[in-house]
Design a protein around this ligand. Sequence first.
Ligand SMILES: NC(=O)c1ccc[n+]([C@@H]2O[C@H](COP(=O)([O-])OP(=O)(O)OC[C@H]3O[C@@H](n4cnc5c(N)ncnc54)[C@H](O)[C@@H]3O)[C@@H](O)[C@H]2O)c1
Ligand SMILES: CC(C)=CCC/C(C)=C/C=C/C(C)=C/C=C/C(C)=C/C=C/C=C(C)/C=C/C=C(C)/C=C/C=C(\C)CCC=C(C)C
Length: 610
Amino acid sequence: MNILNFGIPTPHSVITNPKSKPSSNRNPRNGCNRILCSDQLKSGNHGFEFGINRAHHMKRPNRIRRKSTVDFAGAVETEGSSSTSGDGSSSFYDAIVIGSGIGGLVAATQLAVKGAKVLVLEKYVIPGGSSGFYERDGFKFDVGSSVMFGFSDKGNLNLITQSLAAVGFRLPVIPDPTTVHFHLPNGLSVLVHKEYNEFVSELVSKFPHEREGILGFYGVCWKIFNALNSLELKSLEEPIYLFGQFFKKPIECLTLAYYLPQNAGNIARKYIKDPELLSFIDAECFIVSTVNAMQTPMINASMVLCDRHFGGINYPVGGVGEIAKSLAKGLVNKGSNILYKANATSIIIENEKAVGVKLSDGRKFYAKTVISNATRWDTFGKLLKKEDMPEEEKRFQKAYVKAPSFLSIHMAVKADVLPPDTDCHHFVLEDDWKSLEDPYGSIFLSIPTVLDSSLAPEGNHILHIFTVSSIEDWEGLSRKDYEAKKEVVAAKIIDRLEKKLFPGLASSIVFKEVGTPKTHRRYLARDSGTYGPMPRGIPKGLLAMPFNTTAINGLYCVGDSCFPGQGVIAVAFSGVMCAHRVAADLGYEKKNKVLDTGLLGLLGWFRTLA
Ligand SMILES: NC(=O)c1ccc[n+]([C@@H]2O[C@H](COP(=O)([O-])OP(=O)(O)OC[C@H]3O[C@@H](n4cnc5c(N)ncnc54)[C@H](O)[C@@H]3O)[C@@H](O)[C@H]2O)c1
Ligand SMILES: CC(C)=CCC/C(C)=C/C=C/C(C)=C/C=C/C(C)=C/C=C/C=C(C)/C=C/C=C(C)/C=C/C=C(\C)CCC=C(C)C
């Protein structure tokens, strides 16, 4: 296998809408639906059936139809049909979502729950994007990282749990007693325990002279986290909700407004003086933002540095892919649809409004709104013509660049090469703090079989090793040179892990597959394989980050190039916000036109200040 194939090529393209859930699917104890192992994703060919059973009672849009392989009740046309869809009011769907990453799926399911008819178009054969999975030789790998925030059973910030519950799923999870084990320069080793006090004691034991500083910095994080956790989380672009929250929780909202334009590095420097401890704070931020603390918004840092202790890091039994599979299934259960192998090539604009999506095979789908889960670079550079890029997007691309991608090594090893008490997640930077953000400088390692042994045959562990890498490093090579380079670079990374953590690692490998930024670009449809947006300079916290509305009427964005940025929980929040704003615009939620104009104008102006 030359290129890492993210996912299992299944023969089917479409999950059909079964309309209602069987009652046997309910957990008698809590009334929630539990995930079933043999779901539709595994069950083979479902054919092009969806929508047909509702065709009889849907109004047909006013379009001339020449040729269409499927009767989608007028929601689809093939290339060559002439469309007179106008403002899209006769469209079958309320919303089309391009992409089934967690951002897209959360937006879609939240809308479906409110009663909207949604169609998700996914280029690949399974849902999840970077939170997908793939199987090889009996091993089940997470495509992206395996560290899941927001997946606990308490508070308001457990957005993964809440998103699943909204569509009737509650996944069994395995709590991780530690978030990450840092192996850093000068022999600094820090284990981030789930228990906050244990973590603080460990850090203070390494930096006893900075006890006050440590308590001060993490104390501010808790202040922000508690404020966030006290709010009902919905769209910050919807004034009735936003002003309502200010009215109900004024102190918390003012706290968040105060920290919104600030970064973790500045706050850390108010409390901490030791340069090595400040470098540790950089590493804490880097693992979740791919930039140092000076460039990491304080709200985002607080979210992850506290949720790991509050709700903890919880791993879904069966792998991260179960989250997307359940959301996709829940979407269909709620009467909406998902279409796989559906490569969107353009967003159809009529009368300056987004009204539909065209696929690479010529099919066109129409809806009242279009939501793009593709990155902003893909949305405004490929799905829409680059020349037509709105000013607001140009400003975004000035403030943010594409973060580099990763080199990923998915590997299986004989279990006995790992010591029995090995932690699940590791971060390795051996010699020089300056290399923290460099390509191949730091190494991320997850061993999810430490938590869930079902992911590998008995006697084996799976390792996902990844390190920052840019697409430029991998372009212009012949096939042979590309393959050879993958082997050389991977061997060096494995050798470093062997020296630092696991003697004998290389000789215990039973399976290995290497993915590059090109692999990420190919399978995740992300421009240059990017991990997400990264501030070009020192940002004003989250102030410049766009929310979900765009300058194009009817077009919304969701995912990691929207507020609050990278991360599964972050894109889940983006999905919740997006669904709320779209639902208000579609009439499924309250809205006030005058307040909308005022708030959206104000937020747009704030972004110009950043
Ligand atoms: N915390 C973790 O451990 C972890 C693990 C995995 C992923 N993540 C996060 O997930 C974030 C990304 O989530 P996301 O929801 O923004 O997006 P995503 O990139 O995960 O998913 C986007 C989906 O859209 C599809 N797509 C893109 N263009 C398309 C097109 N033209 N037509 C049809 N489909 C198209 C892709 O195939 C993909 O499935 C990343 O920032 C990363 O931080 C985090
Ligand atoms: C509107 C205005 C102007 C004002 C107003 C004020 C207010 C009210 C405000 C509010 C706000 C809010 C609500 C906000 C929210 C936010 C949030 C939720 C956020 C979140 C975030 C999150 C994040 C960022 C996350 C991330 C994560 C990640 C990325 C992860 C990753 C991981 C990894 C990679 C792992 C590592 C590994 C190893 C080590 C192995």
